[in-house]
Design a protein around this ligand. Sequence first.
Ligand code: ZN
Length: 375
Amino acid sequence: MRFEAIIGHEGIGSKLRAGVQSGRVAHAQLFNGPEGSGALSLALAYARYLHCQAPSEEDACGSCVSCKQYNTLQHPDLHWSFPFFKKDSSEQSMSQPFQNAWRERMLADPYFGLEEWLGAIGADKKQLFISVQEALELNRKLGLKSFQGGWKVLILWLPETMRVDTANKMLKLIEEPTDNTVMLFVSEQANQLLATIRSRVQMIQVPRLSDEDAAVGMNRRYGVDLEQARQWAHVTEGNVAAAMRMQHSGGSEVDRDLFIQWMRSCYVQETPKIVALADDFAKPGRESMKRFLLYALHMVRQCIVGNYGAQSLVRLTKSERAFAEKFAPFIHHGNALEIQQLLENAHRDIAGNVNGKLVFLDLSARVSLLLRKPA
Ligand SMILES: [Zn+2]
C-alpha cells in the first residue's frame, strides 16, 4: 500500500509525509477513524514511507529493498498486532498463530472491518481481544535492535480491544519508548481507550470518506460500476469496507430472502413467524445483523426511488426487482422517513451491543404499524 493507492485523504497523507521529511516523527501515534475510512491503509502507507530508502516528496519509491519487502508485508522491522482469540490448543494467548492470516488479509485489501477479520480467522462470534502476553511480547520485540538499522514500526489495529492490564503494559512502552520505535495505533473508537493513552499519543483524526470520494475510490480500486458504488457509498455513509461487503453480498440471497419474508410477515402481522425470523436475524452474529439492516435500508430506499418515478436510478437485481415492484406501493411519503429512521436506529443499537432479537422484535412491531399506514 503506497499513498497513491489510498482512497481520498490527500491532506492527511501530505501532512504525514511532511512530518517525515522534516524529521518530526512522533514515537506514538493514533490514527482514529471509523470502519472503512482507510485509517489502516494510511498507517500502512506511512510505515512504508518511513522505511523506504528512496522516498520522494509524494510517496515511497516502490522499488527499493524495503519497498519490495513491503510488497509481501515481510519487512523485518514492521510488526503487527491486532485482536485475536485464544486458540484452545495454544498455551499462550498471542497473535503469532494469526500473523499469516493477518498478512494475507492485509495483502488482499486493507479496507476491511472486524467482520472480515472474524471471517478470516474463523472466529465466528468469539470475542476478540489483545492479551497481556501479547503486550509483553511487543515490549520484548520492540526492545530488540532494528534489523535493518532504521525505524522499528508497530502497527496495532483496534487498541480499544486491549483490556486494562494490557493497555497499562502498552502505556509503559509509550512512556518509555525503546530506541527508534514508532508505534501506530489504528482505532475505530479512540474514546474507548484509556485517557492516559489518549493523552500520550499524537492523534491523527481520519474522518469518514465523503460519499463521492468513497464511490470514486471503489470504482478505481475495485472496478465497481460508478453508479452502483455511489449507491453503496450513500447507504453506508462512505464506509468502504461496508460498501464492499454490500457489493459482494450484493443483495446476498440470504439477506434478500430474509427481508422478503420479514416484510410480508410484518404486513400481515404474523407474530409467530416474526419471532422465528428474529432467530434467523440474530443467529449469524452482530456483523451480519448490521449488514442485514443496511440491506433493508437499501431496499427501502430503492422502493422510494422507484416510487418517485426514477426507475432508471433503481439498482436492484432481477429477483429483488420482482419483489420491490409488489412491495414498493407500501412505502410512501407517509411512512418512508420513519421506516428509514427505525432501521438506522436499529443498526445503531446492534452496533452498541443491544440484544439482537429484542431489537428485531421491537423494530418489527413498529414497522408493521407503519406499513399499514395509509398513503
Ligand atoms: Zn522504497
